[in-house]
Design a protein around this ligand. Structure first.
Ligand code: BMA
Length: 824
């Protein structure tokens, strides 16, 4: 049976020969294994694994050890096949292209048995001229080569020197030489993810036919001219002009809310033509800028650009335009050697609070807009304002960046290179160049993206010699590094976009790395650039082990998903201690170190169900860490810690204005639900965008004032408030390890559940003080307003926000509560 393709007409006088016709080839295809023993239906966009699973030819690839059982899938060479009819007279079209928005990865494309193109890069689009091959009825075949075999072959032909690492650690059961293929680096396995080297047409595919000209791409960037303090808009469009005569017409740009209506004449000559349009926005027009979450609105303006060309041909593009500036400030700091490293958005220094994003699934066809919305909503719900799209995964789909724009999530966008050295052969570099130019063009109009970054940890890998390179060979690898990230990626980024900074690596020393030939001796220098910090040996409840760095773009601890509460305890508390240390270090220099302006823990999300560093489970359920993040990233936060027997509380404010408030400090005994003492400071002014010391008292003195309190029998809580309302979450400080707590009873915690609209109210009652109270409703999707908390009062109300319809009795049946004393 012939499949009926979807026909889309570009805006123009219908029936006109000028019109551009677009035929989607999405939907039903067939796939065939290398030797033809398997042939089955497959959806496009999609991948082979998903097709096999949907046809029940394999189990869920994530089940038990199926990553090993199904290794054969990636080792085979699959073919995607589709027979389709062209629903118009192709002979009347002078140019017909076959366009792939994304192919994963290495293929030869045949149309009617004629090779029409090849692909080798997941991260770019391809357009193949099929004018002389296309017929009324066609067969397209996309012959994939196993990515594992391809990578292996490429590494073998790279004979002059090796490009490490060869293989991932054995425990990961992964594949080798992923650095030789432009595909999600984590698809060959990572330390939190399985090896599923997918094959498939993972994005849209279509046929475009035209006679006169065709709009290849459309992109734009708002640019702020600092000298005259005026916004401009730079719009770039690329046309393929078939007509030998120049095509004349007009480009009409309209942004009604800004009262902009501008008409430019255009004249398109034969060939690939780039049209650049500039819109000067008059100073008298008030523009509301885009702000990160927690700092203001995400105002955007609807823009249409209409190209009205000769012969009734027209192209229209609509987009949302957002205005914001971003600067990366690296300047000397008084009292410290080194340079600052922080971002100013719209001129305001912003502390970046967030985490690192990895692909939400090994199989991208399972990542829906709804899932992205759920995960990204959880980002802002936890008071984060930034995500780093980590370089071992993928450049995310458009919906991801659109949601980040809408929700005010800043994006630190890595290029997709991670924890490896890379070849710089001509064809590898050609592929990378096309990838970078394409991605910059695709993504640069998003205000959410605040910086480009060349790679993940490759500066460190090279200079700290992770791969045991002989020193006599080092210069070759350094040359390759500079060729790839500086002479190519950086150059191409700046050709396409000068509105945001470019960092060569993460971690890096920034300007210092640049000055030292792009590779600093120690990219982890706390006085320059960003650092990554992992320490699984030291006591992570002790803030003294953490680096007082300018910016910490990765740090974290592992935990199990749902089934083990104990691990979650550890992970949440460790990341809390570390993040609070970074936030309180924002305004101070101690022994030359400090002015920390970013804390992005590793990692936000999971690619499958496994123990990992994530705060969200696969599917989006909040771990205890994510509930903690909501508190430790709160805009106004009191942070408590001890130094040399003295208890300190700092206030941290991310607010834009000064506020008058008070600090209340309470001491509770583990054995009673009444605080044993409480003190409230005089009102003081918490300065905007600062951290400041609010309170200090020797612990002995604090305890002396509270009857019978010892470090083991008591715990401290504290919060900021006006005389009417609390302004911050209630934070707490353990005076000894909770496992040494004296007087801590097993708490009997009960809940009555009622419904209020879409929300469920949990009225909790406890018989005793309970640390780390963990409420669980099993597999009912949703999140609580708070969880993992210290319950020092008899009752507490917590809300449950379901993500799917549920009811009281279902929740009652699933409800389970634990606290620390249930585990120890
Ligand atoms: C970081 C990341 C990843 C890794 C994580 C945990 O450095 O860049 O490579 O998954 O550590 O080990």
């Amino acid at each position: 049976m012939l499949l009926r393709p979807l026909l889309l007409l570009a805006l123009c006088g219908a029936g006109s020969a000028a019109m551009v016709v677009s035929v989607s080839l999405r939907g039903s295809w067939r796939i065939r294994s290398g030797n033809g023993s398997l042939e089955l239906p497959a959806e496009v966009p999609g991948c082979v694994h998903s097709a096999l699973f949907h046809q029940r030819l394999i189990q869920d690839p994530y089940y038990r050890f199926n990553n090993l059982n199904y290794r054969w899938i990636a080792l085979d060479n699959w073919t995607y096949i589709k027979k389709f009819k062209i629903p118009f007279d192709v002979s009347k079209r002078r140019k017909v292209n076959l366009v792939f928005e994304g192919v994963d990865t290495v293929t030869v494309v045949l149309l009617n048995n004629v090779p029409v193109g090849e692909t080798d890069n997941t991260f770019r689009s391809y357009s193949f001229d099929i004018t002389h091959v296309v017929q009324a009825v066609n067969i397209i075949e996309v012959h994939f080569q196993s990515p594992v075999i391809y990578a292996d072959q490429r590494s073998k032909v790279h004979t002059h020197y090796s490009v490490p690492p060869n293989c991932p650690p054995r425990v990961q059961d992964g594949e080798c030489h992923v650095n030789f293929i432009r595909k999600a680096q984590c698809s060959f396995s990572w330390d939190w993810g399985p090896s599923f080297p997918t094959q498939g047409i993972w994005k849209d595919v279509r046929i475009e036919a035209y006679n006169i000209c065709h709009l290849n791409y459309f992109t734009f960037t708002p640019v702020y001219d600092n000298n005259i303090q005026e916004w401009n808009l730079e719009i770039e469009s690329s046309f393929d002009v078939i007509s030998s005569k120049p095509v004349l017409g007009q480009a009409i740009i309209a942004i009604p809310e800004l009262k902009i209506q501008q008409t430019n004449s255009v004249e398109l000559h034969h060939g690939e033509r780039i049209v650049k349009l500039f819109v000067k926005i008059d100073k008298s027009v008030t523009i509301e800028t885009w702000w990160p979450h927690g700092h203001g609105n995400q105002t955007g303006y609807n823009m249409t650009v209409l190209f009205k060309l000769d012969g009734g041909l027209s192209f229209e593009k609509s987009a949302k335009v957002y205005f914001r500036t971003v600067e990366l400030i690296e300047e000397p700091i008084k009292g410290s050697h080194g340079l600052s490293f922080y971002f100013k958005i719209n001129g305001l220094p912003i502390f970046l609070k967030g985490s690192n994003w990895i692909p939400a699934d090994s199989f991208q066809d399972r990542v829906t807009s709804a899932l992205l919305r759920l995960l990204l909503q959880s980002v802002v719900d936890a008071n984060m304002n930034v995500l780093r799209v980590w370089g071992g995964g993928i450049y995310e789909q458009d919906a991801f960046y659109e949601l980040c724009d809408e929700l005010g999530i800043m994006v630190w966008q890595d290029f997709m290179f991670a924890c490896a050295l890379y070849p710089t052969d001509q064809d590898f570099m050609d592929s990378v160049r096309a990838e970078v130019a394409y991605q910059v063009r695709r993504l640069k109009s998003h205000p959410s993206i605040i910086t480009w970054s060349g790679n993940n940890e490759n500066e460190a890998a090279l200079v700290l010699n992770w791969y045991d390179i002989q020193s006599s060979h080092l210069s070759t690898y350094i040359d390759d590094y500079v060729t790839l990230y500086v002479k190519n990626i950086r150059r191409i980024v700046f050709e396409g976009d000068q509105t945001r900074p470019f960092i060569t690596s993460s971690p890096t020393n920034g300007a210092k790395s640049t000055a030292e030939g792009w590779l600093s001796e120690n990219p982890y220098d706390p006085n320059y650039g960003d650092v990554h910090f992992y320490d699984y040996v030291g006591d992570c409840w002790n803030w003294k082990i953490f680096p007082k760095a300018r910016f910490v773009s990765e740090y974290g601890y592992q935990s199990w998903p749902s089934f083990s509460t104990l691990e979650k305890v550890m992970q949440a508390q460790c990341v809390k201690t570390e993040t609070e240390f970074y936030r309180r270090s924002r305004s101070e220099i101690a022994f030359g170190e400090g002015h920390t302006m970013g804390a992005l823990y590793w990692q936000l999300n999971d690619i499958w169900e496994a123990p990992s560093w994530s705060s969200l489970e696969y599917g989006g359920k909040w771990k205890m860490l994510h509930y903690f993040a909501r508190h430790f990233f709160a805009p106004l936060l009191p942070v408590g810690f001890e130094n040399e027997g003295v208890f300190f509380i700092y206030g941290v404010s991310d607010l834009h204005s000064d506020h008058k408030m008070m600090l209340t400090v309470r001491v509770h005994t583990w054995s009673s639900l009444e605080p044993v003492c409480s003190e409230t400071t005089k009102p003081f002014v918490m300065k905007a965008g600062e951290s400041a010391l609010l309170y200090d008292k020797p612990v002995a003195e604090l305890l002396r004032g509270c009857t019978n309190c010892t470090r083991q029998s008591c715990v401290v809580s504290f919060y900021l408030s006006t005389d009417r309302e609390p302004l911050s979450p209630t934070n707490y400080h353990f005076l000894s390890s909770p496992k040494e707590a004296k007087g801590l009873h097993k708490a009997n915690i009960t809940a009555t559940i009622s419904q209020q609209g879409d929300t469920f109210v949990f009225h909790l009652k406890t018989s005793a003080v309970a640390p780390f109270v963990w409420l669980d409703v099993g597999s009912i999707p949703g999140r609580f307003s708070d969880n993992g908390f210290l319950m020092t009062e008899k009752t507490r109300t917590v809300f449950f926000y379901p993500w799917k319809p549920t009811n009281e009795s279902e929740l009652e049946r699933a409800f389970h509560v634990t606290s620390l004393a249930d585990i120890y």
